[in-house]
Design a protein around this ligand. Sequence first.
Ligand code: A3P
Length: 297
Amino acid sequence: LQTLPPMELAEKYFNIFPEERDPLWQNPCHDKRHKDIWSKEKTCDRLPKFLVIGPQKTGTTALYTFLSLHPAITANYPSPVTFEEIQFFSGPSYHNGIDWYMDFFPFPSNVSTDFMFEKSANYFDIEVTPKRAAALLPRAKILALLINPVDRAYSWYQHQRAHQDPAAINHTFHQVVTAPPSSPADLLTLQNRCLVPGHYIYTHTHTHTHTLFLGVTPVFNYTQALLLDENKGFWCQRVEGGRPKCLGKSKGRKYPLVTRAFLMEYYHEHNQELLRLLNRLGQALPTWLREELQSTS
Ligand code: A3P
């Protein structure tokens, strides 16, 4: 029997099995052979039971914050590099491996009642995510937020303006969403980021996801914990004897109404598809979808 030094052996192995160069992590405890070589010091339960997958600008931070108030729900530790989100399944960090991912979660105190979760708003529309998430977390529940894609698109545009993106600063929203394919690359990138995450049905067929009831106990009374702040126009946390605690200035901005007609037309087909999918899944229709389809039919 012959062998090679580790690096050369790896090189040879990946020459024979090139498709394995790109790893697909699984839960070590789901396969006896893996479990047997998994360190006794480690647990396989330091993984989330559900994921909030976005898309961006749909209220994911509010949902993340409010879910974290629940006594049985624990969010991931914030990542210092990617706007507090882990973005494990969607980005280069995936190659850091599952120990790196698990370090974002506490050791569960009671496995059956601790609901750990993470929220990474770009999971929704990055194509590689569903395959990777399903391999590591086959039983995890998935929460997707489907707000009116017109509002989402405008919110993303405002977000990019606030971050000084020159394409957003130098063009109106209407110019961005109607820019022809011959436009400069930075304008088309912005257009893409405004429009495509709102193709809910397209991304849905990639992700095979649907919103599922989480089954978390005890039932938490959000009516007591939150109140609608009239000034802000959004839900905020009640604070005993003080002003309600709302999300930071960058969330829940106020901007003038923009013309919707072009985008309503643009999303009409996508929304029809979404309607068919939600009907097929037996899911309730969001109010905006009902209204949008009524007004454009
Ligand atoms: P704007 O900031 O454009 O108004 P995300 O956290 O996914 O980036 O989403 C941000 C959006 O969440 C906000 O967009 C706002 O419309 C919405 N939102 C929903 N509930 C909110 C809340 N309680 N406070 C602030 N923003 C909220």
